[in-house]
Design a protein around this ligand. Structure first.
Ligand code: NAP
Length: 309
């Protein structure tokens, strides 16, 4: 995908954005020098439009043993890692009481010998329907009022987790559960720190977009992917291709579109926004299309013949 993007004329800048100013157009942003997240470059960059796709990070609990067994039993995504042979027919644990925890646990029951779900309160946060699916699954044991305390495992290099120490919040009793896998489902944190005070966010920090669109409260700024979607998240990863085609085509004409990720809707909206800002682009594009047609004997690649792209 990177090669495809570059072939379309995109300049990919592999640096971290340190600061943005969305108070006026063109938008301004500053970068951290490569590999350094303390200093901020003095140079100011500008963008006519901005697509934010900075994503969301799965929360972790930073338990003792978590770093040691991360990838060797501990994960934050059952759908990504649950099929690994190391989990087959083994007892596994999911932590969390929301809809994600339910879905992850049900998914894991297809592989595991047993799935424990640890819930810190005495109720599930998940919907009633999901709660029923969970509690009636014969392979699932839900432990309410239960918090994980420590992950233990093999002491050799690359050793696997074998045990989870848990504590009952009501009785105070500690217990060891045999578990070959531990999956966190305790929510996600959207990467929106950069935009605090400048873009509208919900109480969890997700960017708010107009329903069914990627339009934020600042004209010309669009949000795509997990940063504005707490429900579907990684359901579709390949849709970014369309974004690339659409935005890159524009980028050849407008040197300062900068993308931070993927999202076809956002690309189409950014393109529309820029076209509305600058009518003079159209004759230019038309001239380019004519030149391309003459070079290719009138055969235009399918995506370029799509008036939306
Ligand atoms: P969530 O609803 O925020 O649930 C997170 C769960 O983790 C809660 O049960 C919470 O406990 C628990 N938790 C948080 N911190 C914890 C800690 N330190 N120790 C132990 N437990 C902790 O997150 P989610 O399940 O990822 O869902 C996010 C959103 O997507 C929700 O709106 C959900 O409905 C939606 N979603 C929907 C579906 C579906 O409809 N099929 C599927 C997935 C997600 P408390 O309850 O005590 O706070």
């Amino acid at each position: 995908m990177r090669a495809q993007s570059e072939a379309c004329g995109t300049e990919i800048i592999s640096q971290t954005v340190a600061k943005v100013d969305l108070s006026s157009r063109p938008f301004k942003y500053w970068l951290h020098p490569m590999g350094d997240d303390v200093e901020i470059e003095e140079e100011t960059h500008t963008a006519d439009s901005l697509i934010i796709a900075t994503g969301a990070k799965a929360r972790r609990l930073e338990l003792p043993g978590e770093d040691k067994y991360w990838g060797n039993g501990v994960s934050a995504c059952a759908v990504c890692d649950g099929s690994l042979p190391m989990f087959r027919n083994q007892p596994l644990v999911v932590i969390g009481g929301g809809d994600s925890a339910v879905e992850e646990a049900i998914y894991l029951t297809k592989k595991a010998s047993k799935v424990y779900v640890l819930v810190r309160r005495d109720v599930l946060r998940a919907s009633k329907a999901n709660a029923r699916r969970l509690t009636t699954n014969p392979k699932v044991e839900v432990r309410f009022n239960t918090q994980p305390k420590e992950i233990k495992g093999e002491e050799k290099k690359g050793g696997l987790m074998t045990t989870l120490v848990v504590k009952n919040g009501k009785t105070g009793k500690e217990e060891e559960i045999e578990a070959r896998g531990l999956f966190y489902a305790v929510g996600h944190e959207p990467a929106t720190q950069l935009f605090k005070g400048q873009l509208k966010m919900d109480e969890d920090g997700y960017l708010i977009t107009e329903p069914g669109t990627s339009i934020t409260n600042v004209k010309g700024v669009f949000a795509a992917g997990d940063v504005q979607d707490k429900k579907y998240r990684q359901a579709v990863t390949s849709a970014g291709k369309s974004l690339s085609i659409s935005a890159f085509r524009y980028q050849r004409k407008r040197s300062n579109i900068h993308m931070t990720g993927s999202g076809c809707i956002a690309a189409l909206e950014a393109e529309k926004y820029l076209a509305e800002q600058d009518d003079t682009v159209e004759p230019e594009l038309e001239a380019e299309n004519q030149a391309e047609k003459s070079q290719t004997n009138g055969i235009v690649p399918e995506y370029r013949s799509n008036p939306l792209l």
